[in-house]
Design a protein around this ligand. Structure first.
Ligand code: BGP
Length: 486
C-alpha cells in the first residue's frame, strides 16, 4: 500500500529558456540565457556579449513551447498530470527589466498558458525566475549585484500575482537560488552578473577571491530580500498563494569516508552549499555558520537597516528542491573531484552513473527528504528529478526508455518510504516532462522527457512531439496515485 496522500500533485517541470523559444517574439527582450551558445558533454557552452550571426543559441527556438503550448498541455492533460511546473521568461513581460509597465503581449501569453492548464485540471507551479534574468538588467545594473533589482523583481511579482490571481496559486521565487553562490555560469545565469570577457566558455566554478565573493553574496542577499517581500506580497494579493524556495540539489552530499574530518567536510559543504539559502528563506535569518564563513573568507555582504526584519517577515510556505544525484565531500585535497548537475563533488564508488556522470541514488532521495523535514517541518515538493539520456528510436519506431522508467520507479519508491517516515511531501514534478534544452550543456541530445521532440543539438528537426514508453507508464502511476509502479 503506497503512502501518497489523496490530492498528491503528480506532474512535470520545464523552464522558459529551455522550452519556449520565440526569444524576441511579440516584444520580448533578450535574457541572459539567450547569450549562451550550444555545448556538449565535453565542450562547455560559450557566453557571447554580442549575439553572433550564424552561431547556434539553443534558447532562441528551444522546442517552441511558445508556438506548441496548447498541444503540449493537451499531452500533459491526457496523461492525467495534476501540476505543471514552468517559469516566467521575465524579459517577455519586462523586455529590459526596469520598465514601470509590462509588455501586454507577454502578459496575454502566460494568461493563455494558465487558462489552457485550467481546461485540463492542471495546477500551474510557477517559477518566477529560472535563470531568465533580462539581459538589460545584466548590461545596465550588473544584475543582482545592484540592489535596485529587488524593486524590478517585485514589480514583476506584482504583475504576476495580480494578473493571474485565481489561475495560479503555487509560486517559487528563484530556481536553485544556491547556484548563485558559484562563479562562471552560476553567477551569470542565476545572478545576472556580467562575465568579464566578450566571449568565454561557461562552466560552474568555485570562487575564492574575497572581492568576487562579496559581490556574489551581496547579490544573493538582494535575492533573499526580494524573495521575502515576494512572499508577503503574494499573501496580501491572494491568501490562497503558497510560495516556496527552490534549492539546487537539496541535501545531497555524503562524507567520502567515515573519517571524522570527512564527516565535518560534508557537514560544512552542506551548510554553505545547501542549508545557508534555505535557512535564510525558511527560518528568516543568517545562521551562525554563515556569519563565520563570511568572516573567515573576507566576505562583505552589503546590508541596510531593516534588512533583517524583512527577512524575518517573509519566510516561505514550503521547501522545494531539485534532486538528481548525490556526491561526496572529503577533507583530503588529493581526492579527485568530478562535476555533476552544477554541483561539484566526488563520485560515490557505491553508485552507478548516467552517461553524463550523474550518480543514481534513490535512497539518497529518501535520506534528503527526511533531512529537510526534520529541519523545517513545512510542506515539501520535489520539483526536479529526472534521467538525462540519449533516447534512440527502436526498430518498431518507438522510444523504449525503460532506463528512465527504472529511474522514476526507484525514486518514487523512495518518496513513498519518506512519506511512510512521516515526511509531508505534497508534490513531485519530474524534470523535463518533454524533451527540452539542457541547462548545463545546451544539448537536446540529453533527453529527459516522456514526450520526444524532434530536435537535435544543432537545431535541426521538425519539432513534432511523440510519447515515449515512459509517458504511458507515468500515466498509470498518476492514475493509481503511486500504487501501480509495474
Ligand atoms: C537544474 C536546472 C534545470 C535543469 C536541470 C537538469 O539545475 O534547474 O533547469 O536543466 O538542472 O540539468 P541539465 O539540463 O543541465 O541536464
Amino acid at each position: 500500500m503506497a503512502h501518497f496522500p489523496d490530492g498528491f500533485l503528480w506532474g512535470g517541470a520545464t523552464a522558459a529558456n529551455q522550452c519556449e523559444g520565440a526569444w524576441l517574439a511579440d516584444g520580448k527582450g533578450p535574457s541572459v540565457e539567450d547569450h549562451l551558445t550550444g555545448g556538449t558533454v565535453s565542450t562547455p557552452r560559450t557566453f557571447t556579449r554580442v549575439i553572433e550571426e550564424g552561431t547556434y543559441y539553443p534558447s532562441h527556438e528551444a522546442v517552441d513551447f511558445y508556438g506548441h503550448y496548447k498541444e503540449d498541455i493537451r499531452l500533459f492533460g491526457e496523461m492525467g498530470m495534476k501540476v505543471f511546473r514552468m517559469s516566467i521568461n521575465w524579459a517577455r513581460l519586462y523586455p529590459v527589466g526596469d520598465e514601470p509597465e509590462p509588455n501586454e503581449a507577454g502578459v496575454a501569453f502566460y494568461r493563455s498558458v494558465f487558462e489552457e492548464c485550467g481546461k485540463w485540471g492542471i495546477e500551474p507551479l510557477v517559477t518566477i525566475s529560472h535563470y531568465e534574468i533580462p539581459w538589460g538588467l545584466c548590461e545596465k545594473y550588473n544584475g543582482w549585484a545592484d540592489r535596485r533589482c529587488v524593486e524590478f523583481y517585485l514589480n514583476l511579482c506584482r504583475t504576476l500575482f495580480t494578473e493571474y490571481k485565481g489561475l495560479v496559486r503555487y509560486w517559487l521565487t528563484f530556481n536553485e537560488i544556491n547556484i548563485l553562490q558559484h562563479g562562471g555560469m552560476g553567477s551569470f545565469v542565476a545572478g545576472g552578473i556580467m562575465p568579464k570577457g566578450d566571449r568565454e566558455p561557461m562552466g560552474l566554478t568555485d570562487v575564492d577571491d574575497p572581492a568576487e565573493l562579496s559581490v556574489i553574496y551581496t547579490a544573493l542577499h538582494h535575492q533573499f530580500l526580494a524573495s521575502a517581500q515576494a512572499v508577503r506580497l503574494a499573501h496580501e494579493i491572494d491568501p490562497e498563494n503558497m510560495v516556496g524556495c527552490m534549492i539546487g540539489g537539496g541535501p545531497s552530499i555524503y562524507p567520502y569516508t567515515c573519517a571524522p574530518a570527512d564527516v565535518l567536510a560534508a557537514q560544512q559543504k552542506l551548510q554553505i552549499g545547501t542549508w545557508l539559502c534555505s535557512d535564510v528563506q525558511c527560518r528568516g535569518s543568517y545562521p551562525g555558520y554563515a556569519l563565520r564563513y563570511f568572516a573567515d573568507n573576507g566576505i562583505t555582504v552589503s546590508m541596510e537597516e531593516g534588512d533583517e526584519e524583512i527577512l524575518r517577515g517573509g519566510t516561505v510556505d514550503m521547501y522545494t528542491y531539485s534532486y538528481y544525484m548525490t556526491n561526496c565531500a572529503s577533507a583530503d585535497p588529493e581526492v579527485v573531484k568530478t562535476g555533476g548537475n552544477m554541483v561539484m563533488g566526488i563520485p560515490n564508488p557505491y553508485l552507478k552513473k548516467s552517461d553524463w556522470g550523474w550518480a543514481i541514488d534513490p535512497d539518497g532521495l529518501r535520506w534528503s527528504l527526511n533531512e529537510v523535514w526534520d529541519r523545517y517541518q513545512i510542506p515539501i515538493m520535489v520539483v526536479e528529478n529526472g534521467f538525462g539520456a540519449v533516447d534512440e528510436r527502436a526498430e518498431d519506431g518507438k522510444f523504449h526508455d525503460d532506463y528512465r522508467i527504472d529511474y522514476f520507479r526507484s525514486h518514487i519508491k523512495a518518496m513513498d518510504e519518506a512519506l511512510a517516515d512521516g515526511v509531508n511531501l505534497i508534490a513531485y514534478t519530474t524534470w523535463g516532462c518533454i524533451d527540452i534544452v539542457s541547462a548545463g550543456t545546451g544539448e537536446m541530445k540529453k533527453r529527459y522527457g516522456y514526450i520526444y521532440v524532434d530536435r537535435d543539438n544543432d537545431g535541426n528537426g521538425d519539432l513534432h512531439r511523440e510519447p515515449k514508453d515512459s509517458y504511458f507508464w507515468y500515466k498509470k502511476v498518476i492514475a493509481s496515485n503511486g500504487e501501480d509502479l509495474a
